[in-house]
Design a binder for this molecule. Structure first.
Ligand code: FAD
Length: 495
């Protein structure tokens, strides 16, 4: 008889694990508390406008494709990738802007317009971090680290040293790149995993390097088209997805996970349980006794480090702004000071932010002649509980973002062209998706919360219980979460 795997949550991690287990002959049932699937990788549809709720930057395209090839399917039957060129456009408070092209001659020309010294430094930075990335990919991102001995093997430790620099992301960048605008553009991307570029040591300068060397991609219809593609595969392979099912407890009997109970006291039994709900939330709320939680007690969870949160503004416009590319970064004055606020509990006074404009290349995301924009600002997570995220928090922050947005040449009139406006706050991330502390990227991927030291994919204390998602190994970000689904499936298959 087929084994039944039960997955709590339909985030990218839950959906991809379902596809992989179904293709290995498991029967799979997903239970999701919301009435839509996808978790944080969700969609906001309002009138003619379609927004990706969170994730929009698609790196490591082959990891997305691999979910299909692992199930002996061709991704081309389910979705279409579009090349994003330039990968980024950066804007500065003084009105200047630069493009970062995939095309090398164009990139070099743009860098030389800053200075030849910086063009050379940029290439040296790429080369150093590229080598580290290759080591990290082979030795860390693709391995499970369930076993302490596995991590403490001399060869692993040597490779671990090769991936790390003792400096912060910003220090490493500044070693090669002298122009402050370029430094800030590169440093900003460390924030994609919710850590500060000024705290270290860190391997996260690899984010801008992967984007530059392997390129960025857009899926026709937006990131949510990937969620819908996985849903289709799950249905075709005979899996079940149950929405509006809020799991209250993982049922444990004789040290084994044997099923789940919903808030309405409905019970479902299974051979294995995989929680895609945020790991710290799972530990604190879905596992009821301290002995079963092992070392992850509520007080230990509180002491751990969490990524920063995000505040997103969605703007449906009745005008197109050709000045914007698909991915844009606005670097404001006093960059370092304002970025640090996200980690010290203050809201930015002069916010720097990321602007996503999918309608630049994908007209399926609007039924008007205008653009759909998502503007994302890094902010403190809810552990800084003096920020209430009510109207008195939201409106001043919204106004300072809009006033900075109007500094971009050509966007001066943007406020007059807003037809639809909405927000996603850290409180929403917590309330809708049970993101612990409203942190956008889960547990912070610091040195002491990485590899063996990050929560494992397989429970250390409860048999037949597994975890997948951004707070477990290998870490945060959509593509890395898809990798965690590959690794957890490997762990389950060796049962
Ligand atoms: C604003 C923002 C922007 C981002 N941008 C990018 C980007 O550009 N590129 C990128 O690669 N990544 C990005 N990310 C990160 C990316 O969105 C996440 O890493 C990824 O979506 C996390 O997937 P996951 O599988 O870990 O879980 P989640 O998406 O957190 O899914 C967990 C699921 O479990 C469900 N659940 C929780 N508790 C229960 C319960 N008790 N019962 C039933 N169901 C439950 C939740 O409702 C949810 O559906 C961004 C994140 C944010 C917040």
């Amino acid at each position: 008889m087929k084994k039944l795997a039960l997955i709590i949550g339909s985030g990218l991690g839950g959906l991809a694990t379902a596809v992989r287990l179904l293709s290995q002959g498991y029967h799979v049932k997903i239970y999701e508390k919301e009435n839509t699937i996808g978790g944080k990788t969700n969609q906001l549809k309002q009138g003619p406008f379609t927004f990706d709720l969170t994730a929009s930057i698609l790196m490591n395209r082959e990891i997305y494709e691999e979910v299909f090839s692992d199930a002996n399917l061709n991704y081309k039957d389910y979705l279409g990738f579009m090349k994003v060129e330039p990968t980024y456009r950066s804007f500065y408070a003084d009105g200047s802007s630069y493009d970062f092209d995939r095309d090398l001659p164009t990139l070099v020309k743009n860098l030389e317009s800053i200075s030849t010294e910086d063009a050379v430094g940029y290439m040296q930075f790429l080369s150093e971090v590229y080598e580290r990335y290759l080591v990290a990919d082979e030795h860390f991102l693709q391995r499970t680290f369930e076993d302490l001995a596995d991590f403490f093997k001399p060869s692993t430790l040597i490779n671990a040293l090769k991936t790390q620099s003792l400096s912060t992301a910003h220090q490493l960048i500044s070693k090669y790149v002298k122009n402050e605008k370029l430094q800030n553009f590169l440093s900003y991307q460390a924030l994609y995993v919710g850590i500060s570029p000024y705290e270290g040591p860190s391997i996260y300068p690899l984010v801008p390097v992967i984007s530059q060397l392997y390129g960025l991609w857009h899926i026709k219809g937006g990131m949510y088209a990937y969620v819908k593609a996985l849903e289709k595969v799950i249905e075709n392979l005979g899996g079940e997805i149950h929405t509006d099912y809020d799991v209250e407890e993982i049922i444990i009997s004789n040290g084994k996970a044997v099923g789940i109970k919903s808030k309405q006291q409905e019970v479902v039994h299974a051979d294995i349980v995989i929680s895609n709900a945020d790991f710290p939330y799972t530990m604190e709320y879905l596992i009821k006794s301290d002995s079963e939680r092992g070392k992850y007690t509520p007080s230990k969870l509180k002491e751990m480090k969490y990524s920063c949160a995000t505040f997103t503004i969605y703007l449906g416009l009745n005008k197109k702004y050709p000045q914007l590319s698909v991915h844009n970064i606005y670097i404001n004055n006093d960059f370092k000071e304002n970025i640090n606020y996200a980690f010290t509990g203050q809201l930015p006074v002069a916010p720097s932010f990321y602007i996503y404009c999918p309608t630049k290349i994908d007209d399926s995301m609007t039924k008007t002649n205008g653009d759909c924009l998502s503007v994302v600002v890094r902010v403190p997570n809810l552990l800084f509980d003096h920020i209430k995220w009510d109207e008195d928090t939201i409106q001043p922050l919204r106004n300072s973002v809009l006033s900075a947005l109007k500094h971009i040449k050509g966007l001066e009139d943007i406020e007059q062209h807003i037809e639809y406006e909405n927000y996603l706050t850290p409180k929403d991330l917590k309330n809708r998706f049970n993101a612990y502390a409203g942190a956008a990227f889960g547990l912070s991927p610091t040195l002491t919360q990485t590899n063996y030291f990050r929560p494992h994919l397989k429970s250390d204390t409860i048999k037949n219980l597994y975890f997948v998602g951004n707070s477990v190994h290998p870490g945060p970000g959509a593509s890395i979460v898809l990798l965690s689904s590959k690794l957890v499936t490997q762990e389950i298959l060796v049962l």
